[in-house]
Design a protein around this ligand. Structure first.
Ligand SMILES: [Zn+2]
Length: 250
């Protein structure tokens, strides 16, 4: 008995499935470009060069009172400079702490004014979020800042273009500490060590995403991150690893 020809309904179903699959693939690619930490698909972002013996510790969502202050002590004890991406609204509330971070030789960058998901905001809102944070930092520091990290790493071409127009180099990361979760300092450090080891195997430097603050408000508990930082510096400093700010890679 000959095979039956496919019915119109079957053909339609197959076509619909193909369209759905294509749409899903396109959505997947867009999500990758918008959200994957070191994707370059939406425009160049600074991540890490081919220097496996270098690490940049970066701290987002501050300034955050005690956590930021304790972190400054730890970094000073190990004679290491780090990078801080501050939220403009918190900068307005804690300008003296921001100046203290800069005076200790750390690099400070823009992390927007209110920490929204920029990829889904209007052009006007994106520009306002970036320029108002620039202004808050410049008012506190007396100098313009030159680096920017998008909240959640979420971006689209307009975000990166606007950042560059405002004199900011967009920075992502290639090691995630997951320290916004309530996990122990040991767990935070373990995530970081795993990421650094993977990058070293790929002959890349490590750009480590940590948090001295939380975008929900000043006062978020981040002592676990401070403790993890101390452990990481004890582990890596004697091995000849060089700790740098992201400005040395720009
Ligand atoms: Zn953030």
């Amino acid at each position: 008995m000959p095979h039956a020809l496919p019915t119109a309904a079957a053909v339609l179903t197959t076509t619909a499935a193909a369209v759905l699959a294509t749409t899903a693939a396109a959505a997947g690619a867009l999500a990758y470009a918008a959200l994957y930490p070191d994707s370059q698909l939406f425009g160049p972002v600074l991540v890490a060069p081919a220097k496996p013996d270098e690490i940049a510790l970066t701290y987002d969502d501050g300034p955050n009172d005690a956590a930021t202050e304790r972190l400054l002590e730890v970094l000073a004890r190990h004679d290491v400079h780090a990078t801080f991406f501050f939220i403009g609204n918190f900068v307005r509330q804690r300008p003296a702490l921001v100046r203290q971070v800069a005076a200790a030789g750390h690099l400070i960058g823009n992390h927007t004014t209110t920490h929204p998901w920029l990829a889904w905001q209007s052009a006007a809102r994106i520009r306002e979020e970036l320029s108002a944070c620039n202004k808050a930092l410049e008012d506190a520091l007396g100098n313009p800042v030159h680096f920017f990290r998008a909240p959640h790493g979420a971006r689209r071409p307009y975000v990166l273009r606007t950042a560059r127009e405002l004199g900011l180099t967009p920075v992502q990361w290639n090691v995630t500490a997951f320290d916004w979760n309530p996990i122990t300092p040991e767990k935070i450090a373990a995530h970081v060590v795993r990421g650094i080891t993977r990058n070293q195997q790929r002959h890349r430097a490590s750009n480590v995403l940590l948090h001295d603050g939380g975008h929900l408000g000043i006062g978020q508990p981040r002592m676990g991150t401070v403790e993890a930082t101390d452990c990481l510096l004890q582990q890596y400093k004697p091995s000849g690893i060089k700790f740098v700010t992201v400005a040395t890679w720009a």
